[in-house]
Design a binder for this molecule. Structure first.
Ligand SMILES: [Zn+2]
Length: 281
């Protein structure tokens, strides 16, 4: 399906420096723009970019990795399964990774009210691109458009061969693990198989990164949901959007480095906030 061309963005004054040129309210934004005002920005926008991070999936029971009860905090050895050089070098790490995938809570996870509200936002407004840092596939499960979705860190629902580039569904390879193959190899070339996610030490897909950056540079509203905006490439996208005069709306449980520069900062749980916001559009 052909992708919709980005419309021309109307000119809007924006202080060119990163220092804010207007009063800013932090915390609960008690004096910040109302949800009605934010809804108006979204309704009037010609091209919206939405970026989501782990915070939108916590209400679906997806475990975090680095928090106090995180998978890697409780079992530091497991972090090696997400590191490409360990994964390639050590068959024992690969066996652990396949066992972890087999037992993962991710297969039972269902989209929550936040994911469904993003779908509703796509129906009601001009969401041009949805970039997610999540690998859980819950935006697609909720019904978000595959054409406008960029899974910038890949997906656990796919498998890829590190040698020949073959790709296939995760379910089929997990069936081989269940049947007794502790470290299943590529059926095309006998290469090492891995989930189709971006591991530490692995490059992002250049085309996905370029699409995300281009969309950020051409949007007029950038919405960051459930992401701390602390690591590349997520941290680069709102900066690109701001430098092209887009409005920036942030909804995250914790402060982000971009809060002082945002047009609105919201702290409520996304499963509660997003349906309320989208209903106002
Ligand atoms: Zn292969």
């Amino acid at each position: 399906m052909a992708r919709r061309a980005l419309p021309r963005r109307p000119a809007r004054h924006r202080c060119p420096s990163l220092w804010p040129c207007k009063p800013i309210t932090l915390g609960l934004m008690t004096e910040g723009p109302s949800l009605d005002t934010i809804a108006t920005w979204l309704r009037d926008a010609q091209a919206i970019v939405v970026l989501t991070g782990a915070g939108i999936s916590t209400e679906s029971g997806i475990p975090d990795f680095r928090g106090p009860n995180g998978v890697w905090t409780k079992n530091p050895e497991a972090e090696k399964t997400a590191n490409l050089s360990f994964y390639i070098a050590d068959p024992e790490i690969r066996k652990m990774a396949w066992q972890n995938r087999l037992k993962s809570e991710i297969w039972q996870a269902q989209p929550n009210a936040g994911h469904l509200a993003v779908v509703e936002l796509e129906h009601k407004t001009n969401v041009h691109t949805l970039v997610t840092q999540n690998v859980d596939g819950l935006h697609l499960a909720a019904g978000s458009s595959r054409d406008s979705l960029i899974e910038i860190h890949g997906t656990v629902h796919g498998v890829k061969c590190l040698q020949c580039g073959w790709r296939g569904p995760m379910t089929e390879t997990l069936e081989r693990v269940t049947a007794g193959e502790a470290d299943p190899e590529c059926l095309q070339c006998s290469g090492i198989l891995k989930s189709a996610t971006i591991s530490f030490g692995e490059n992002l897909v250049a085309e996905d990164l370029e699409r995300s950056q281009r969309a950020a540079s051409e949007c007029d509203v950038f919405v960051a949901l459930g992401t701390s905006l602390g690591v590349f490439p997520a941290a680069a996208l709102p900066e690109i959007a701001m430098s092209h005069a887009a409005r920036l709306v942030i909804a995250n449980g914790e402060p982000t480095p971009f809060d002082p520069f945002a047009d609105a900062v919201l702290r409520r749980p996304l499963g509660e906030l997003l349906p309320e916001l989208v209903a106002l559009i």
